[in-house]
Design a protein around this ligand. Structure first.
Ligand code: MLT
Length: 262
């Protein structure tokens, strides 16, 4: 079997002997969502991120993905890099992967950081929206779908005040492989519900939410945090769904405070 390190596009910062943190990006973005975290935490941690299969520069293959196969990739990376008790930090789709990874084997992880995400599955309306997205991509490619999806991920303020950064992210995501975007949509559509697992979480957990996140609102994420024994909860001011990009300063401060207390 081909090594995941040879196939998936991986990025690291910091020294391998330091405590590892694996960062998992959201949909339909790539590893660069975590650029400011890899820079900030590199002195004290070994930071690892990668393009989730089918997105960014990682291969699409047959485009048939599930959250389970994404978790398989995550554990393969942990094994191949020989990471001992990594901290897993996932945002939105990356959060679905992180939480399911914890459900499968939390004893292998030191801590969990669950950002702008939810444990619940899509409701029917959400599922039908994803099906409509797949149909649209089949008919016309991924560009319009991605360009309609992404504005909802960011706060209006970020889109206006950080227009250059925002447009760069938008144009890059619009280049995503149509098969990769569809594969991710199907993976999210078919994910399992991890709500029941929340009360079983035994590892230190931080729940982070952008103040203006409309996908997973602060109220919803606070309710999620309240179900996790001992979980910490942080709202990132003036940030939408993509909080580590929109307000990296406060995101990094919240993460740093959690990490130093582990
Ligand atoms: C993401 O940012 O990963 C997506 O918004 C997740 C989703 O569509 O459920």
């Amino acid at each position: 079997m081909k090594s995941v390190l040879e196939s998936l596009k991986l990025f690291t910062s910091g020294k391998p002997e330091n405590q590892p943190i694996v960062f998992l990006h959201g949909f339909p973005f790539d590893h660069s969502m975590w650029d400011e975290q890899l820079e900030y935490f590199k002195n004290d941690y070994y930071c690892i991120t990668y393009d989730i299969r089918g997105l960014g520069k990682s291969p699409v293959g047959d485009g048939q993905f599930t959250i389970e196969s994404f978790v398989d990739d995550l554990f393969a990376i942990i094994d191949e890099l020989n990471l001992s008790s990594p901290i897993i930090c996932g945002l939105s789709m990356g959060g679905y992967i992180a939480l399911r990874a914890a459900e499968r084997a939390q004893e292998r992880l030191k801590a969990l950081v669950f950002c702008d995400s939810k444990p619940e599955i899509d409701n029917n309306e959400g599922r039908l929206k994803r099906c409509a997205g797949i149909k649209q991509i089949n008919e016309e490619g991924a560009v319009n779908y991605v360009k309609n999806f992404i504005p909802n991920c960011f706060s209006k303020k970020f889109i206006v005040n950080e227009a250059v950064k925002y447009n760069y992210i938008l144009e890059k995501a619009a280049l995503s492989s149509p098969a990769g975007v569809k594969g991710s949509l199907l993976a999210m559509l078919s994910r399992t519900d991890t709500t029941g697992f929340l009360k079983e979480i035994k590892i230190p957990t931080l729940v982070i939410c952008g103040e203006l996140d409309s996908f997973s609102t602060p109220e919803q994420m606070k309710a999620t945090a309240d179900k996790i024994p001992g979980a910490k909860f942080n709202v990132i001011p003036e940030a939408g769904h993509i909080s580590p990009v929109e307000n990296a300063k406060d995101f990094n401060a919240a993460l740093s405070k959690f990490l130093t207390r582990l």
